[in-house]
Design a binder for this molecule. Structure first.
Ligand SMILES: C=C(O[C@H]1C=CC=C(C(=O)O)[C@@H]1O)C(=O)O
Length: 425
């Protein structure tokens, strides 16, 4: 890791290339770095040119320093081209996981049928370390599967925690708290983790699939995206499992749409986002009622918030202002975080934290890291593991409000685990 004050100046070049069919095939099999949604992808290739430890309070300033020292020549000019960094922050600033910002030496991007390559080098390096063009794709390794089981909070313990959350709401300590449980296990040490990335992206194409510093997942929720002055956020809270057939599925989604309990949960989440964005935007628009978002495993109540940047803030400034929203912490925020620290017997690490990318203009896309698993520890805390395996930990949570029922919340976490548990199987 390099201190921001000692960052080397960078030289960056982006050029169009022939369309790339599978950008993930260029990623490092053991440490993939990727961001995908539908036909859009940005993938880090080979080693990093810079890796920084990151915290939410200084991330925007650190990034401005990197950009200020860089010479950028970008003939593509699309979101994700030019100088970009992938970033990830923990849910709780007290987490041992820490935050991480990485600029790869080579990035392959695709969007709207166009592909490009970005190469980055330190100005004191005479030429591109990895040669001129796109390195060869790396064939996928064999299929593998993980073994996962209950972690520090088993199903019984989780229901107990939900009861304690409901009591804390009844006593007026919080209005909403989001409580998670964990699954732990192992994957074979040589597992080609790009298989996990590819499975999530193809099974859940409407989500944002990410792989950053060992955290791999497919989140349906954005914290914030910023593109040429437009700010958007997809806020989710309120969930029901898909029905087994068309009729039960229709009645499940209809029940969610009118559920007072889920609408309460949702209202808190939207308020936390609009209150934070108000200070940075003009014309902020949030529909008065949520819509139903359909995913292969569940329905969510969703609100898409849109506004225009009014003060030149970067996506990292907005990440700092927004995180943690009431979709993953609760209301009021500080009291909910204290309660989470009391009731969850584990460190969430990067689960429920911001994950995404930022470009030289400060534009970027940041998801909330949900439906994910941490594989092999993080760069700030490599987890020791038994020979031949890599540890894996996954989390899923549910928003608890006054009317929450412990068993239903447990079932909801089971449905939310499905994308990552199925992909690991
Ligand atoms: C906390 C999680 O989901 C959040 C996002 C969408 C819906 C949620 C809910 O209905 O409780 C949660 O707020 C998770 O997936 O672990």
């Amino acid at each position: 890791m390099i201190e921001p004050s000692r960052l080397p100046p960078l030289v960056v070049e982006t050029r169009p290339i022939d369309p790339v069919a599978d950008p993930v095939s260029y990623a490092d099999p053991l440490h993939p770095l990727a961001w995908l949604r539908r036909d859009e992808a940005i993938v880090g290739v080979g080693p990093a040119v810079i890796e920084l430890s990151l915290d939410a309070a200084t991330a925007a300033t650190q990034w401005r320093e990197v950009v200020g020292r860089s010479q950028i020549d970008d003939t593509v000019g699309m979101p994700g081209s030019g100088l970009i960094a992938f970033g990830i922050l923990p849910f709780d600033p007290r987490s041992s996981a820490g935050g991480h910002l990485v600029i790869p030496r080579t990035i392959v991007g695709t969007r709207q049928g166009r592909s490009w390559i970005t190469r980055v080098r330190r100005a004191d390096e005479p030429t591109w370390v990895d040669g001129a063009g796109l390195p060869p794709a790396i064939p996928y390794g064999p299929h593998w599967s993980a073994t996962v089981g209950p972690g520090a909070l088993d199903p019984e313990g989780y229901q107990h925690a939900v009861r304690a959350g409901v009591s804390a709401i009844a006593s007026g300590r919080v209005q909403k708290v989001v409580l998670a449980r964990d699954l732990v296990g192992t994957v074979p040490a040589a597992a080609d983790l790009r298989r996990l990335v590819r499975a999530l992206a193809s099974n859940y194409p409407d989500t944002w699939t990410f792989a950053v510093d060992g955290l791999i997942g497919a989140s349906p929720e954005t914290l914030v995206t910023v593109q040429t002055g437009t700010v958007t956020a997809r806020v989710l809270a309120g969930t029901i499992a898909r029905g087994a057939d068309a009729e039960s599925d229709a009645s499940a989604s209809a029940a969610l749409a009118i559920s007072g309990k889920d609408r309460d949960e949702h209202r808190f989440a939207v308020a936390s986002v609009t209150e934070a964005l108000e200070h940075f935007t003009s014309d902020l628009d949030a529909p008065s009622a949520p819509h139903l978002l359909e995913l292969p495993n569940l329905w969510h109540l969703a609100t898409d918030v849109v506004g225009h940047l009014s003060n030149g803030a970067s996506s990292l400034d907005l990440v700092r202002a927004l995180h943690p929203t009431a979709a993953v912490a609760g209301t009021p925020t500080d009291a909910a975080i204290d309660l989470i620290r009391e009731l969850e017997p584990f460190d969430r690490g990067r689960y429920a934290g911001p994950v995404g990318w930022v470009d030289a203009h400060g534009d970027g896309e940041w998801a909330i890291a949900l439906r994910c698993a941490q594989l092999g520890g993080t760069s700030s805390g490599r987890v020791p593991h038994a020979t031949g395996t890599i540890p894996v930990v996954a989390h899923a949570g549910a928003g608890i409000v006054a009317e929450s029922d412990p068993e239903s919340e447990l079932l909801e976490t089971r449905v939310k685990f499905r994308p990552i548990v199925d992909a690991l199987a």
